[in-house]
Design a protein. Structure first.
Length: 77
């Protein structure tokens, strides 16, 4: 399952994980960076500074619910 990890940039702590939202659209061709950021803006609220938010597209294993990380699949960061 495709999902997005949203990170909020804190001036002191750096980027902090804010949340994970699943992709629910059936038509994947409609997905754009702008539409993903609009989804994040709904998550953060209308007053969020969109310049301090970033997202990473991830895949969640449907059977276990786990998110494989680079070190877990043999890729060194």
């Amino acid at each position: 399952m495709v999902a997005y990890e949203y990170y909020w940039r804190d001036a002191i702590k750096g980027y902090q994980l804010a949340g994970i939202l699943p992709e629910r659209r059936k038509y994947l061709k409609r997905i754009t960076q702008e539409s993903i950021m609009r989804l994040g803006k709904k998550f953060f609220g209308d007053y969020a500074d969109i310049d301090n938010i970033l997202f990473i597209r991830i895949t969640i294993d449907k059977t276990t619910g786990e998110i494989p990380r680079a070190q877990e699949i043999g890729v060194t960061p």
